[in-house]
Design a protein around this ligand. Structure first.
Ligand SMILES: O=P(O)(O)O[C@@H]1C[C@H](O)[C@@H](CO)O1
Length: 313
């Protein structure tokens, strides 16, 4: 198995050939794709007649090395009767794992070549917006990607025939799909505050934000923050696939008010005590455990959304 270096010709023909030999005809042309975020692989348990294909058998695919991410594609059906053919990525690649941006987005380009028209990209994210509680699902309507703006963008490279040189992103997050997300939540009877709308900030990780960085991204207009998704969105849009992103809030980003230690020490020396907020630290274990606990609602929402997408055809 080799991954895709920046600027290298991608091995699509080999990857598609392997899939065409493994998959039965009714699963070979998935209509919708799901990308499962951290702790969210169970989203694929809505699928029936599943055929799993390990990434290790697909040329160009990397290996997910992050806990909470598996390394396989799951092909299956959702819904009654003949069912809707769906493919789920049980694990994604992040640049912080050492993968090139070309490897990060390679599976998205393969899914587009299989015929996927709509992609539902999920992730675990921290809330910057203080009104968002842990467990809330945020339907993403826009993004803020400092890495893209400063030269870390998966679309960098020579112009290619049949691809736009300058991809517009003002409508990257499909309004028709966002409408269906809210209709799906309604159909499931979810409480109003279970689903919000907002802007996703992409950071490279693997460090979590400092308080100052959290304040900065919030002031810049982001509601949630995470280390994935945006490269996949760009590749999907470049391939002409409609994009829906759902973020599960797994934690509130630690943004304490600025606290002066000097004032605390001066108060202490003067015999006064000053209340200081307890210090808190985020861990990936916390992200995963919240993701796993709250995956049920996300799973129901994604399955209902796919049914509504199919019904609109
Ligand atoms: O793959 P996602 O974006 O769901 O994973 C999030 C971001 C980091 O990879 C990790 C941090 O805990 O979870």
């Amino acid at each position: 198995m080799s991954t895709v270096a920046q600027g290298q010709t991608a091995p699509f023909a080999g990857t598609l050939d392997v899939l065409s030999r493994i998959l039965p005809a009714n699963l070979l042309k998935p209509r919708v794709a799901i990308v499962c975020g951290s702790g969210l692989s169970t989203l694929a348990s809505s699928l029936r007649d599943v055929v799993e294909v390990p990434y290790s058998s697909l040329e160009g695919f990397g290996k997910s090395t992050v806990e909470g991410h598996r390394s396989a594609l799951a092909f299956g059906l959702i819904g009654e009767g003949k069912g809707i053919p769906v493919v789920a990525m049980l694990g994604r690649f992040h640049p912080y794992e050492g993968h090139s941006l070309s490897t990060v987005v390679y599976p998205i380009r393969v899914l587009a070549r299989l015929g996927v028209r709509d992609i539902i990209i999920t992730n675990a994210a921290g809330a910057l917006n203080p009104n968002l509680d842990v467990g809330t699902i945020v339907s993403i309507q826009d993004h803020l990607a400092l890495p893209n703006l400063t030269g870390f963008n998966p679309l960098l490279g020579p112009a290619r025939p049949n691809y736009p040189r300058f991809l517009p992103l003002s409508t990257a997050y499909s309004r028709p799909l966002r409408r269906l997300v809210f209709l799906a939540a309604h159909a499931l009877g979810l409480p109003r505050d279970a689903l919000a709308e907002g802007t996703y900030a992409w950071v490279s990780g693997p460090t979590y934000e400092t308080p100052a960085e959290g304040r900065y991204m919030r002031a810049a207009g982001a509601d949630v923050i995470g280390m994935s998704t945006v490269p996949e969105v760009l590749a999907a849009r470049e391939e002409g696939v409609n994009v829906c992103v759902l973020s599960l809030v797994t934690n509130k980003v630690v943004i304490p008010e600025y606290e002066s230690v000097r004032e605390a020490v001066e108060a202490e020396l003067a015999g006064r005590t000053v209340e200081q907020a307890p210090e808190a630290e985020l861990s990936h274990e916390e992200v995963l455990s919240v993701g796993q606990q709250k995956a049920g609602v996300m799973k129901a929402l994604v399955a209902k959304l796919i049914e509504l997408i199919a019904a609109e055809q």
